[in-house]
Design a protein around this ligand. Structure first.
Ligand code: AMP
Ligand code: GLY
Length: 439
């Protein structure tokens, strides 16, 4: 029986573990995570309660388990070199090594890579190591700019003009802060359009795309309120999104394929794992916002339940560089994922309060995130708590199921009712038509 070491303890990892278990190879899953995720605990053969960046604890556990391969859920262990450490003790991962993981951990690395290899997808941008020229560049962007701290900041290092930064002076002052903290800052043109996620399996040479997904970063309905890790997501039965043209999706796919090749040439190392492109459809095509070197959370919960192929085989083909020879198929179904999050999330989330999860209807999946399982039930642990995924023949039925399911979570939690609804999606389609002058 195959053994898989899985790092991470969120809803994303719950869905990853469930997908491994659907494999005809019936693998055993060994989990490392900081808290006991009730979903993972049910699935896991053994569960090490440890930080996913605790090298010593993971080395000892991995030496004992001797897994056939490892899979990393979150970004931090990749940036911290846990996959490199595992390789040193003879364990390969279907997740990237630190060098190629820079695709996510360094925004300047990725922007420079696209530029050096002439891959079309960057906005106007500049990387600064000192204040020199910073003000002039900001001014040249005429009020439409984004300032990015050049490091892993859990999505909190990016500030956008008109949103978090009122004017060029505020932009300059935040850029100086980033310089002090990271020694580098990326300043770029603010892009206007609709964002989408295209995740692709990559073996270092070849890429294979998953269905496209749209995330909802803002905490409240109507895309209002503070940014979050993602309140929910949807995907469509045709594996595209209602506001994308066929050529948009081809363009995004091409960028990822070319970036994988460029990465190999640049680093002499193969990117193995999931390349998650955060793209934006703009007036005249598609641009890259950023890459992540892992599955999205919640995006994983949209695509993995639809995967018809053997996920263990896919991971093994990633490791040996044989991705082109495996068939990867997803069901032609629509999905809507809604996260139940603690009241007050993200800034003042309630913690330690009890929640109850009712019996879900058919077609609804539940993935546990930030919840603690105690003897007498489930308690909120302070971040996105439970992800509920509706799966249907079209968006309307998937949305209805997700809404029905998420309402069965009782306690001091809330969710975004508008995710996946016709009203919100029509707004996005209209926005794209307007900026592309189609009306
Ligand atoms: P990132 O961490 O690079 O994904 O940035 C976080 C969020 O900031 C993205 O999801 C976008 O909403 C926004 N953002 C980043 N870069 C840009 C850009 N060049 N133009 C517009 N919005 C951006
Ligand atoms: N859905 C956002 C992320 O996983 O980074």
């Amino acid at each position: 029986m195959k053994k898989i070491l899985l790092l991470g303890n969120g809803a994303r990892e719950h869905s990853i573990a469930e997908t491994f278990l659907r494999s005809p190879q019936k693998p055993e899953i060994f989990v490392v995570g900081k808290t006991k995720n009730p979903g993972l605990a049910k699935i896991a053969t053994d569960y090490l309660l440890a930080d996913v960046c605790d090298k010593e604890a993971i080395r000892e556990f991995a030496n004992k388990v001797k897994p056939d391969f490892a899979f990393v859920g979150p970004e931090a262990p990749i940036a911290y070199g846990i996959t490199d450490m595992l390789l040193e003790i003879g364990i390969k991962s279907a997740s990237p090594l630190q060098t190629v993981g820079r695709l996510e951990s360094s925004k300047s690395f990725t922007r420079n890579l696209l530029e050096k290899y002439a891959i079309d997808g960057n906005p106007k941008f500049k990387v600064f190591f000192a204040e020199d020229g910073m003000m002039e560049f900001l001014q040249s962007l005429e009020g439409n700019f984004v300032v990015k701290a050049d490091g892993l900041k859990g999505g909190k290092g990016v500030k956008v003009s008109g949103d978090h930064l009122a004017d060029t002076a505020e932009g300059f002052s935040y850029a100086k802060e980033c310089l002090l903290e990271c020694g580098k800052v990326v300043i770029e043109e603010k892009l206007i359009g609709q964002e989408f996620s295209l995740m692709s399996f990559c073996d270092g040479e070849n890429t294979k795309d998953m269905p496209a997904v749209q995330d909802h970063k803002r905490a409240f309905e109507g895309d209002k309120g503070p940014n979050t890790g993602g309140m929910g997501t949807y995907s469509c039965e045709n594996h595209s999104l209602p506001f994308l043209t066929e050529s948009d999706l081809i363009k995004a796919s091409d960028i990822t394929r070319l970036v994988a090749k460029a990465l190999k040439q640049e680093t002499q190392s193969h990117f193995k794992g999931v390349m998650y492109g955060g793209f934006i459809a703009v007036k005249d095509g598609v641009r890259l916002i950023e890459y992540n070197a892992r599955f999205g959370d919640p995006e994983a919960m949209n695509v993995l339940p639809l995967l018809k192929s053997d996920f263990v085989e896919i991971c093994e083909s990633i490791i040996i560089g044989d991705l082109n020879n495996v068939k990867i198929e997803f069901e032609n179904k629509a999905t809507v994922c809604k996260y139940a999050v603690p009241n007050g999330y993200p800034d003042t989330a309630v913690k330690g309060e009890k929640i109850e999860v009712g019996k879900m209807p058919d077609g609804v999946k539940v993935y546990f995130g930030s919840v603690d399982e105690k003897e007498d039930g489930l308690y909120l642990a302070g971040s996105r708590a439970v992800a509920v995924v509706g799966i249907g023949d079209d968006l309307a039925s998937a949305e209805k199921l997700a809404e029905e399911g998420v309402n069965l979570i009782k306690g001091p939690v809330f969710h975004r009712k508008d995710i996946g609804t016709v009203e919100l999606i029509e707004k996005r389609v209209e926005m794209m038509k307007e900026i592309r002058g189609i009306r």
